[in-house]
Design a protein around this ligand. Structure first.
Ligand SMILES: NC(=O)c1ccc[n+]([C@@H]2O[C@H](COP(=O)([O-])OP(=O)(O)OC[C@H]3O[C@@H](n4cnc5c(N)ncnc54)[C@H](O)[C@@H]3O)[C@@H](O)[C@H]2O)c1
Length: 481
């Protein structure tokens, strides 16, 4: 076994010949896997889970080498979600795989019917850098549970994690069943040219569109787990200290580089000063004072120079337009550090209110008119997450009834990702389709409708269309449906 901490050279593009050979070999294997048993699939998932346990230290090291992610955060947000996904599938797979019997409608009287969950075939998983292990191996569990073969293309921006996953997959699977293909945009585009049976993509809406266009060429089905700007609404009835604590964790874990991170926040004007103060206190409680934060190993880093520069430019743009830095706002030149930053008095034209922030910056906007902020939210593309903090249930219902989002947490943030019985996915610009648990299994399965003829009345519809037949067809149109 190699160690994950050694320096890894910038990602090379994959050998296209090898990729095509793998794809062809997986096609053959996918046919054989159509009848694989639950026990077979569970065995593979258990081996993957065990490999993660065996290499936990290497996972910590790889995540640290890629973006200084603290080990406990790796446990909660990289390892735990995959282990949960695996355990949930192991527990429920037999039930999920069972054909679902369907009662006949009146018209279909005399038939029996079922939905069979068949593997889609050869699947492509393309993953992002921000939760490199979780968002690669989590969908992989669902794909295996559903009986598919998989080519996994991790992000080139977290090369230590990509290399480690290649080693894990190589150790656990036959490459004709699951393999990792490493590379950057060119590799991804080459893979997208192949006629996969399903593509599961996690990344930005911009690249999601490229993936969907490529999939259209082969009419390949897609699951798109995308991003965008996830709003937060804090009502005047909210418990401000608890709200601040939950938001500081949701916003600044992983350095704000989370698809469902709170992106911008509306707080009722009556409590806005008290809330900003509560946020400052919660930050100090979780990460120490401004000086301590910079060396606090519980606080992760921006993934690379390019993104560091991008987030810094967002802060600069906002402050040049008059925003006040309530806390933070101090990007360091080295180490890709940016202190947790809270901005107030933000001009509506600021880039920070337009682009997905994907970093440790939270603009806070006071409001008095709920209808106005709901209209503002609805004027933007539908978000992946929307968070509402309030004690007033009528307020909460008003927000839920009058907005759309992939998912919502009431009085918390981010934890919707950890609920194995809920679908995880976006809506329109923030995604298409779902992942996690049973929903993940279904994303990687084709729901095949099967009707078996027994003694149906369909012979009564046959021509010649006269007399009783004509009368019966009219009768069926009116009453047998
Ligand atoms: N919905 C979710 O579950 C979820 C989870 C994490 C991140 N995200 C989103 O992902 C984005 C951040 O991740 P990212 O920067 O790695 O995303 P990205 O879209 O830049 O890259 C994702 C993957 O696509 C590949 N890729 C990049 N450009 C490509 C191109 N032109 N053609 C083909 N493939 C290409 C990359 O190599 C990478 O593997 C954010 O928008 C975030 O909200 C969504």
């Amino acid at each position: 076994m190699s160690t994950a901490v050694q320096d890894i050279a910038p990602q090379q593009e994959a050998d296209t010949g090898r990729t095509e050979r793998l794809f062809e070999a997986q096609r053959g294997r996918a046919l054989a896997l159509r009848t694989s048993s639950a026990a077979d699939r569970i065995d593979k998932i258990k081996r993957l889970r065990q490999a993660m346990f065996d290499r936990t230290d290497q996972i910590y090291a790889a995540c640290h080498a890629d973006f200084a992610k603290p080990a406990p955060e790796v446990d909660i947000t990289e390892i735990l979600p995959v282990v949960m996904e695996a355990n949930h599938a192991i527990r429920h797979l037999k039930g999920w795989m069972k054909p679902e019997r369907k009662r006949p409608t009146l018209l279909m009287f005399g038939t029996s019917a079922e939905v069979r969950y068949e593997p889609r075939g050869v699947c492509l998983i393309i993953s992002p850098w921000n939760y490199p292990i979780n968002l690669s191996l989590g969908p992989l569990v669902s794909a295996i549970a559903a009986g598919n073969t998989v080519i996994l293309k991790p992000s080139e921006m977290t090369p230590h994690c990509a290399q480690l996953m290649a080693e894990i997959v190589d150790e656990v699977f036959d490459e004709n069943e699951v393999s990792v293909v490493q590379g950057a945009v060119e590799t991804s585009q080459h893979l997208l040219g192949l006629p996969f049976d399903h593509i599961f993509f996690t990344g930005s809406p911009a690249v999601g569109k490229i993936v969907m266009r490529a999939a259209a060429e082969h009419l390949t089905s897609v699951t798109l787990e995308l991003g965008g700007k996830s709003p937060v609404i804090v009502d005047k009835t909210a418990d401000l200290d608890k709200t601040a604590q939950n938001l500081v964790w949701g916003k600044f874990a992983n350095n704000g580089q989370t698809c469902i991170a709170p992106d911008y926040l509306y707080v009722h004007a009556d409590v806005s000063d008290a809330f900003v103060e509560a946020m400052g206190k919660a930050l100090t409680r979780l990460y120490g004072d401004q000086k301590a934060m910079a060396s606090n190993t519980d606080y992760c880093r921006i993934v690379n120079d390019k993104h560091h520069g991008r987030v810094k430019a967002l802060i600069d743009d906002a402050t040049e337009r008059g925003a006040r830095v309530s806390t933070g706002g101090t990007p360091a030149n080295e180490d890709n550090y940016i202190a947790p930053t809270i901005l107030t008095d933000v001009d509506a034209q600021s880039r920070v209110l337009d682009e997905e922030i994907f970093g440790p910056v939270l603009p806070i906007i006071p409001f008095t008119d709920t209808d106005r902020i709901l209209a503002d939210i609805n004027a933007k593309p539908k978000p992946l997450a929307l968070y509402v903090f309030a004690r007033d249930n009528e307020f909460i219902d008003k927000v839920l009834d009058n907005t759309s989002a992939g998912g919502t947490c009431v009085n918390h943030s981010m934890v919707q990702f950890l609920h194995a019985n809920l679908p995880f996915g976006g809506v329109n610009n923030s995604g298409i389709g779902n992942s996690h648990g049973h929903y993940g299994f279904k994303a990687f399965s084709h729901e095949r409708a099967v009707v078996r003829e027994r003694f149906s009345l369909s012979f009564l519809f046959l021509p010649p269309y006269k007399g009783f037949t004509k009368w019966f067809i009219r009768f069926a149109v009116k009453y047998l449906n």
